[in-house]
Design a protein around this ligand. Structure first.
Ligand code: ZN
Length: 345
């Protein structure tokens, strides 16, 4: 129950508040590029990441928790959902992710919201792994009719964070994606007629994508995922206007949709999310990336994105609109389907 006196004051000044709200919206939308004013915003949420995150019990880990969290996020405006299982991503793995927990988590959500796009992660390509193994769970998920938007991570990245001594934590962990892996994944998506979230942590990765784009090899239905580094990470460009401009200048010619994510930070800090929306981009939020002193739920971060889009006059894309904006192929590969199997529209 709210405080009745306070509620009365708020009700009594509703006219003033609404006038101030309109004024504020005008000011806030002043930097909005007019050609993107009405473009729907695709909200992606990265639910959990590879490992439990300290100090936040709201990170979903079991399939059931992922299902429930995803449903909450969809209700709040998310149309793309990225989720991990407890399989390791870098080090200690076999190269293969078990698709079973992903099937258990995603299927009940897709029964209710068949247009929502889920995509998983993949293991980090140690010397002992093969790209065929690393993508095998995605093949299963596509064949099961649960996935029409895959993951392509470009380039090889050292995996470390800032230690308490202010230095990078001493580790040999590397997330390996070779040029041959990129070829495999672009072909994999084209063969399966799925789009992809193409992750670029460093600017050179975007150059590689552009090489594929120039020869018409980016799978239909794809988008750039521009990954910036928050304060606790040591990879990627910082989340600044200058850094965003570096990427946008490089990828413009491809004409693909793009979103921004800030790993190890908060995409809403320093007006970065706002800037991306003003430039016509889309947003990735979620507890995989988020690091701050508070411990929100994923749906609260999605709500924050929805609110920001509204302030800037951009509607939030429904799952069906998201598929349309991406230009996703609508037909599943014929060899993957037999009558009676799960079908997406
Ligand atoms: Zn992830």
């Amino acid at each position: 129950m709210g405080n009745p006196t306070r509620r009365a004051v708020i009700a009594g000044s509703a006219g003033l508040i609404s006038a101030l709200g309109a004024f504020r919206s005008t000011i806030l939308a002043a930097d909005m590029d007019p050609k993107h004013m009405k473009d729907p915003v695709i909200i992606e949420v990265a639910l959990n990441g590879a490992a439990p995150i300290p100090n936040n019990p709201n990170v979903p880990r079991t399939p059931r928790e992922v299902t429930e969290d995803a449903l909450e996020c969809i209700a709040a405006g998310a149309s793309i959902i990225h989720s991990h299982t407890n399989d390791p991503v870098v080090g200690g793995g076999t190269g293969r992710h078990d698709p079973a927990p992903l099937i258990d988590a995603w299927a009940p959500v897709l029964d209710k919201h068949p247009d929502v796009l889920f995509y998983p992660t993949m293991q980090g390509g140690g010397r002992e792994t093969t790209i065929t193994d690393r993508a095998s769970h995605m093949q299963t998920l596509i064949d099961e009719g649960l996935m029409r938007f895959a993951l392509i991570d470009m380039g090889t990245t050292n995996v470390s964070v800032l230690g308490i001594d202010g230095l990078p934590v001493k580790t040999d962990a590397v997330f390996i994606n070779t040029a041959a892996d990129a070829h495999y994944m672009f072909d994999f998506c084209a063969r399966n007629r799925v789009g992809a979230s193409i992750g670029c942590i460093e600017p050179g990765y975007a150059r590689t994508v552009m090489a594929f784009s120039r020869v018409g090899k980016v799978p239909q239905g794809s988008m750039f995922r521009l990954m910036f580094g928050g304060p606790s990470t040591l990879v990627g460009l910082p989340a600044t206007e200058a850094a965003l401009d570096v990427f946008l200048g490089m990828i413009k010619e491809a004409g693909l949709p793009w979103n921004v994510a800030v790993t190890g930070g908060n995409v809403f800090d320093n007006r970065f999310a706002r800037l991306a929306l003003e430039r016509g981009g889309h947003l990735r939020v979620g507890l995989e990336d988020y690091r701050s002193t508070d411990g929100p739920r994923n749906a609260e971060l999605v709500e924050r994105a929805t609110k920001l889009a509204a302030e800037l006059g951009r509607p939030v894309a429904t799952p069906a609109e998201t598929a349309e904006i991406l230009g996703l192929p609508r037909v599943q590969p014929p060899e993957a389907k037999s009558p009676g199997e799960r079908q997406h529209p």
